[in-house]
Design a binder for this molecule. Sequence first.
Ligand SMILES: [Cu+2]
Length: 494
Amino acid sequence: MAQSQAKLINRRAMLLSSAAAVGVAGLRLTDGAATPVLTPSPTVAPLRPAAGAVVSLEAAERTMALPCFGGKSLPLWTFDEASVFPIVRVPRGQALEVAIKNSLPRADEHITLHWHGLRIPNAQDGVAYLTQAPIMPGATGRYAFTPPETGTFFFHTHCNSVDHFGRGLVGALIVDGDEAQASDADLVLMMKDWRLDAGKSFLPFTTDEGAAKAGTAGTVRSINGVTNPVYAVPASGNIRVRLLNVDPARISEIGLEDADGAIIAVDGNGCTPIELGTWRLGPAGRLDILMRAPKAGQVAQLVDYFSAEPVVLARFLAEGPEVRHDAFTPAPLLTMPFKVADRSAAEHLDFTFSATATGSAVAATAAAGGDALAIGKLCLSKRTFWAINKQPWSSVDHSDLGPPLASLKVGRSYIFELKNVTPNAHPIHIHGHTFEIITSNLRDLPSVRADTILLLPKERIEVALVADNPGRWMFHCHILEHQETGMMGYVTVT
Ligand SMILES: [Cu+2]
């Protein structure tokens, strides 16, 4: 519907149309070259299965020339023939059934599909060995569930994720039906960097220094496979921007320029609208922004202020007749029926996120240069840098799970104290549940629900949850190199 209005246009068209004529102050066009025309955008056409239909995905290597590759084709791994990041959209209440074939080209490269942020039955959660047997090459796996809540989610494999994300193997899942007041356009923006060398070939997706410190950064930034794309949006319209950080390591400070905006959902969970100053968005976090588009011919910008020099991530060119004339007063999304934790009766559990002795040593010496870290294709890391409660994820074999980090009782309320004793940030993700954010020792955080909590260096954050979903649930850092080198564990709910 509205999404098709938000087509991607190229910079040359923008300059020739009207933006240049009105003077786009503050627009940093750094490379001087025209962005290639993309029609349609790599992710504009979502898969909207009819009720009862099965969505067919196939994880496979496909050579694609994304615009951000500068004319080069690269062997991506994707779920779909048609787009680098497929979007599956279903209305709330509709059952979703997905068949996923594993056609990845490497021998023994098994997969599962994890539905990030969705509180679905444990058997559908898609974690090899913990919730299901892996889907071996040539085999097809099936997932069936009804998403319990609306929101902005994504799906990905859960083993050898550094490699898989690095090659693009990610998709979005949007569950519609939460708008009390319909927006005028709805954009799904997948933010991911790519690790390319000067010849535009893939660099190693992981390094010792990255794995032991802040994660290995990409070299080329992109939104939906385009560096600094321009989207056409209806002038003076309310534009819902769903930003998904699907990068393995990138932390951003998200803001808007030349438009008003409000945060309407965090990790897909609707909240009381919060005026968007900036928002620290870590890997696997999602942010739904309602933006009031500027007048026709003007351009608003989505900006990352985290680096020394702000980076424009995407631009929105307002076109057509003004669709709204009222003041911008964003309506809250419909409330979903979450159980609220009973904090007075909650049991307190501490989780300390730390480096292992090895990790500290490597971090101290990594600048001297080390071997590329080999993470085995069966999700066996050869190194262990990180731990939760001094317990690193098994470095022997993921089929050997070891003991849980905690055993929770169904229906009980818990307060987790998440304590980061490292000098690096860690986005901490729990499966099958969402947290209520209570407090941080370092900053004022709004009372929102989230499934991925960005813990800053030395930060302690208290969160609450109701353990209302039985099963064994992963609990881990979503900087994927940290996850795969020890900062991962699971909790049981029985
Ligand atoms: Cu981490």
